[in-house]
Design a protein around this ligand. Structure first.
Ligand SMILES: Cc1cc2nc3c(=O)[nH]c(=O)nc-3n(C[C@H](O)[C@H](O)[C@H](O)COP(=O)(O)OP(=O)(O)OC[C@H]3O[C@@H](n4cnc5c(N)ncnc54)[C@H](O)[C@@H]3O)c2cc1C
Length: 319
């Protein structure tokens, strides 16, 4: 729930167990690995963060740093969904007996649809050939969930027709959001403001990207297996309508980073290049929140690498 400090040194943590508040003292240092949402939340709860926010919530400031919880970066994605002319996974996964069959296939043989990734194919592309590297990630899902049954998770109720989706997410958006606590209570969720598509550049490249999905769908190999586009649908054609649709339907692909970003300059970062929190002693952050900027693709491998590298730094500094 909180990091404990003596002056500017982190000396332990306070935590809740079975409703009881307890403390643990650190032998050497405190390592925060709560992820991009919770690491800045825990720092702010502990008095490390934007001074105006902490002051307004009555949290004593241990160390003021405006970057804690700021600079939130995430990849934002959208699906274009099509009704196909060939059976897709919808036909297997929708009926109860189909769910039972694929469940048994997975349990007994470790194969079948449940052994596959959600995304059956993917890749990267450029929205402008002049770009030096791809700026969009592409996904292909051989199922669709446009009409979820009320009260059920959409993923459990594939559509009755043979549907599939071509999706994409931006690789290096320029929009920046923030994560700020709402109260001094560690059980209150922090406020996450994604601020997606708050720059003209992000809108422009996403507009070009969704047009590219339609280009793919119009290629002969795809066109001959597509009956119709279901989402956003053939009536959405103008730039204004496409932008309105992508603002409405796009969402996180769960790659939040940079809310405790690393950098040598304490005025622009939260941790230094050895992942030590600027201005404090005995405290490191080791998770995806320290990424200086988002990476182009999925963030899990880079997060694991951050953990590995962080562990090496901790060991080196104990010598
Ligand atoms: C739904 C989803 C799908 C994803 N799919 C992919 C994918 O296919 N490929 C890919 O590369 N990446 C994927 N990611 C992203 C990837 O999972 C993350 O980038 C990565 O896990 C980040 O690692 P982390 O160590 O920073 O944080 P996390 O893995 O989130 O670890 C933080 C840990 O801290 C714990 N914690 C937080 N607060 C507290 C607290 N107050 N007290 C105690 N414990 C606390 C959490 O329970 C958690 O175990 C996905 C993420 C999500 C959410």
């Amino acid at each position: 729930t909180r990091i404990l400090f003596e002056g500017k040194r982190a000396v332990g943590i306070e935590y809740l167990q079975n409703g009881e508040t307890k403390t643990a003292r650190a032998g050497r240092e405190v390592i925060l690995s709560g992820g991009s949402i919770n690491s800045p939340q825990l720092l702010q709860l502990s008095g490390v963060g934007p001074s105006a926010l902490l002051g307004a919530l009555g949290i004593p400031v241990v160390h003021a740093n405006e970057n804690v919880g700021a600079n939130l970066q995430d990849h934002v994605g959208i699906n274009y969904t099509f009704k196909g002319l060939l059976p897709t996974l919808n036909q297997i996964l929708r009926p109860w007996w189909g769910k039972l069959m694929v469940g048994m296939q997975y349990v007994l043989l470790r194969s079948g649809p449940l052994s596959l990734s959600m995304n059956n194919a993917g890749g990267f592309f450029r929205t402008d050939p002049a770009l030096s590297r791809p700026n969009m990630q592409l996904y292909f899902q051989a199922f669709s969930t446009v009409i979820p049954k009320s009260g059920e998770r959409p993923i459990l109720t594939p559509d009755p027709w043979p549907g599939f989706s071509i999706g994409l997410s931006n690789c290096r958006p320029s929009s920046r959001g923030e994560i700020m606590i709402r109260s001094a209570n560690p059980r209150d969720y922090p406020k996450i403001v994604a601020n997606a598509f708050s720059t003209e550049a992000d809108i422009t490249e996403m507009l070009a990207a969704v047009k590219f999905i339609r280009k793919i769908a119009a290629m002969p190999a795809m066109a001959e297996i597509i009956e119709e586009e279901v989402l956003p649908g053939p009536s959405i054609t103008s730039d204004a309508d496409l932008i309105q649709d992508l603002r409405k339907r796009s969402g996180t692909v769960y790659h939040p980073v940079s809310t405790c970003r690393m950098g040598p300059d304490a005025a622009r970062a939260v941790v230094d290049p050895r992942l030590r929190v600027h201005g404090l002693a005995g405290l490191r952050v080791i998770d995806a929140s320290i990424f200086p900027d988002n990476i182009t693709g999925n963030t899990n491998a880079a997060s694991i690498m951050t953990g590995w590298k962080g562990a090496e730094l901790v060991l080196e500094d104990q010598k």
